[in-house]
Structures are given as structure tokens and as C-alpha cells.
Design a protein around this ligand. Structure first.
Ligand code: HEC
Ligand code: HEC
Length: 112
């Protein structure tokens, strides 16, 4: 009986390890899982995104000082799938772009 309890404990620990500790990828365009930043197939990358590392860091400023408007972003980005997956992860403000509902047919029904 004692041995049996050990067995259960070990199986339990293995299960916790396998189920509880699955790595979740951080948000990125070619990522997988719930945090992936999803782009529609065929969306071209605009020149001002290059280099991407820089754009990722400065888009906040570019929007704040009016170089770009969020409406433009929504032409290629579905905010729910490709802004807020990342923003939710890092705790930045949730993006809501009214025009997105016009560009993305299933938008209202999508979660997040
Ligand atoms: C012409 C289409 C287009 C427009 C307009 C556009 N984007 Fe993008 N954006 C893309 C594509 C395509 C990618 C993915 C690029 C890649 O994987 O190389 C991307 C990637 C990004 C990323 C990086 C995501 C990651 O995984 O790191 C950010 C941040 C981003 N865009 C923000 C914006 C913002 C903010 C705007 C509006 C000012 C905007 N984009 C406008 C097409 C666009
Ligand atoms: C790969 C990650 C990532 C993606 C994708 C992304 N952002 Fe951001 N965003 C950030 C980071 C990091 C910040 C800076 C947060 C801070 O400094 O507080 C930020 C900040 C911002 C801010 C300023 C928020 C504030 O608190 O004032 C705006 C506006 C913004 N992003 C718009 C967008 C839009 C629109 C998209 C989609 C087109 C987008 N972002 C996609 C990472 C991302």
C-alpha cells in the first residue's frame, strides 16, 4: 500500500509537470498559441516597420505624435489578433479602433 501511494504521488507530479508547465510563447508574428500576433495572409510589411525591432519600440511615439493614426494600422492589423495579443501580454493599454469593425468582417464576434 505504501508503495502504491508513492506511485500515485509520482504520477501526479509528472502530470503537473507536463500539464502545468507548458511553455507559452511570447507574442510574435511567427509565434504559436494564444499569444501569437496574427497577420492576415498577404499583408505587406510597410517600409516604416523596418527595422522591426525599432518599430516595435517606437510605434507608441509615432502614434502619439501623429505621424500615423491607429486607423491606418487597422488596414492591415486586426487589433484583437495583432495588437492586443501583445499588449495584453505586456500590460499595455488595450487597443480599440472603431474602424476595425469595417475592415474585419468577423470582428465584433471575435474574442479578446
Ligand atoms: C500595409 C500593412 C500594414 C500597416 C498599414 C501596418 N502594419 Fe504593422 N505589420 C504588418 C505586417 C505584415 C507585420 C508583420 C511583419 C513581419 O512579420 O515581418 C507587421 C508587424 C507589426 C508589429 C510587430 C509585431 C511583432 O510580432 O513584433 C507591430 C508592433 C506593428 N506591426 C504595429 C503597427 C502599427 C502601430 C501600425 C499603424 C501605425 C501598423 N503596424 C501598420 C503590416 C502592416
Ligand atoms: C509585439 C508587441 C506589440 C504589438 C504587436 C503592438 N504593440 Fe503597441 N505597444 C507595445 C509596447 C511594448 C508598447 C509600449 C508600452 C509602454 O511603454 O507603456 C506599446 C504601446 C502602444 C501604444 C501607447 C499605449 C499607451 O499606453 O499610451 C499604442 C497607442 C500602441 N502601442 C498601438 C498599437 C497598435 C495600434 C498596434 C497594432 C496595429 C500595436 N500597438 C501592436 C508592443 C506592441
Amino acid at each position: 500500500m505504501q508503495k502504491f501511494n508513492y506511485l500515485i504521488a509520482i504520477v501526479f507530479m509528472i502530470l503537473v509537470f507536463l500539464l502545468g508547465c507548458q511553455p507559452v510563447q511570447k507574442p510574435e508574428v511567427k509565434g504559436k498559441g494564444p499569444l501569437a500576433v496574427v497577420m492576415e495572409r498577404g499583408a505587406a510589411t510597410p517600409e516604416y516597420h523596418a527595422p522591426m525591432e525599432r518599430w516595435r519600440a517606437v510605434h507608441k511615439k509615432a502614434l502619439a505624435n501623429g505621424d500615423f493614426s491607429e486607423r491606418e494600422c487597422a488596414l492591415c492589423h486586426n487589433p484583437k489578433r495583432s495588437c492586443n495579443t501583445c499588449h495584453g501580454y505586456i500590460g499595455a493599454k488595450e487597443i480599440s479602433i472603431p474602424e476595425a469593425a469595417l475592415y474585419w468582417p468577423a470582428y465584433e464576434k471575435e474574442k479578446r
